[in-house]
Write a protein that binds this ligand. Structure first.
Ligand code: MEV
Length: 308
């Protein structure tokens, strides 16, 4: 029996979400929440996952093949769905990679990333490509989409210093009512109606994301807190953080920390995962508990897609 197992990490935007859709840089980290896909030859009938209806046509088109031999597909995941941690990119990337190996197509991360981006377009309409690139290549990724066919995907040659890395906490505010696609469209509409607001957001977010790169490399804690606070304020200016979540973030700020939405956010209530930072991470855990929210610590900058 042929059996291929591929795993993918989650991702978290340290900064740059939404701005990255408009060609600004984003700094994104692969996170150690694992999604696993198993493709095996003991499938007697075509599998029932709806996802196959998206992934198989992408592979057939790329390799100009009409049929794919029957296979069994199994998916298991630790990544919360629709919470800004790249669950759609992770499942697409791992599935594409496993199916390509099943078809005896050699492992090629650039190709897998390109095909995963095609799947992301089906899910999200106009994705930047930052989520899939981080999940596929892993580590800390500096991402910038210059043109549809020209993307800078730079894997950084340093990791987040321990002193900083140990103080990040993820706080789960729950799955937003709005999808990533809807939030990206919402920002697009705001850009049409009030271009000055979005232009200001884009310029400031680019500046902050560049500063963040330096601050992380140099392990500057006070500056890091300041950047996350400013970045969040900026995200709030384009309406991607609900008032419910903004007030929780204000509580964390009052305690001396910082927090931001991650990914597309949400405007009604829940916004998915928050990336929070405090010199004493227990303070964030207390704030999360007070608000009945779960929270946990993760490793940032882990390995990307791999065969298990
Ligand atoms: C979604 O995880 C991040 C957004 O910037 C959309 C994208 O980059 O495609 C909101």
């Amino acid at each position: 029996m042929k059996k291929i197992t591929v795993s993918a990490p989650a991702k978290i935007h340290l900064l740059g979400e939404h701005a990255v859709v408009y060609g600004k840089p984003a700094l994104v980290a692969a996170v150690n929440l694992k999604l696993t896909v198993v493709v095996s030859s003991n499938g007697s009938k075509n599998n029932s996952y709806d996802l196959s209806k998206i992934i198989e046509p992408i592979i057939k088109k790329e390799f100009k093949i009409k049929t794919i031999p029957k296979y069994k597909l199994e998916i298991s995941s630790e990544i919360p769905v629709g919470c800004g941690m790249g669950s759609s990119a992770a499942v697409s990337a791992a599935y594409i990679a496993a199916l390509l190996l099943f078809l005896n197509i050699p492992w090629d991360l650039d190709l897998i990333n390109k095909l995963t981006y095609e799947a992301e377009k089906v899910f999200h309409g106009n994705p930047s490509g930052a989520d899939n690139s981080t999940i596929v290549f892993g580590g800390l990724i500096w991402y910038r989409k210059e043109m549809p066919d020209l993307k800078i995907i730079q894997k950084l040659n340093f990791s987040i210093p321990k002193k900083l890395a140990n103080n990040f906490v993820l706080v789960n505010t729950g799955q937003p009512k709005e999808s990533t696609k809807e939030m990206v469209i919402k920002v697009g509409n705001l850009y049409k109606e009030k271009p000055q607001i979005v232009e200001k957001f884009l310029l400031e977010q680019e500046k902050l994301t560049r500063e963040l790169l330096f601050v992380i490399k140099e392990s500057k804690e006070d500056e890091l807190i300041w950047i996350i606070r400013q970045g969040e304020k900026n995200l709030e200016s384009i309406g991607v953080a609900s008032s419910y979540v903004s007030s929780i973030i204000r509580e964390i700020e009052k305690l001396g920390g910082a927090a931001k939405i991650c990914g597309a956010g949400g405007s009604t209530k829940s916004t998915g995962m928050l990336l929070a930072y405090h010199k004493d991470p227990d303070k964030i855990k207390e704030a999360a508990k007070k608000n009945n929210l779960s929270c946990f610590q993760v490793d940032l900058g882990v390995k990307g897609l791999r065969v298990e």
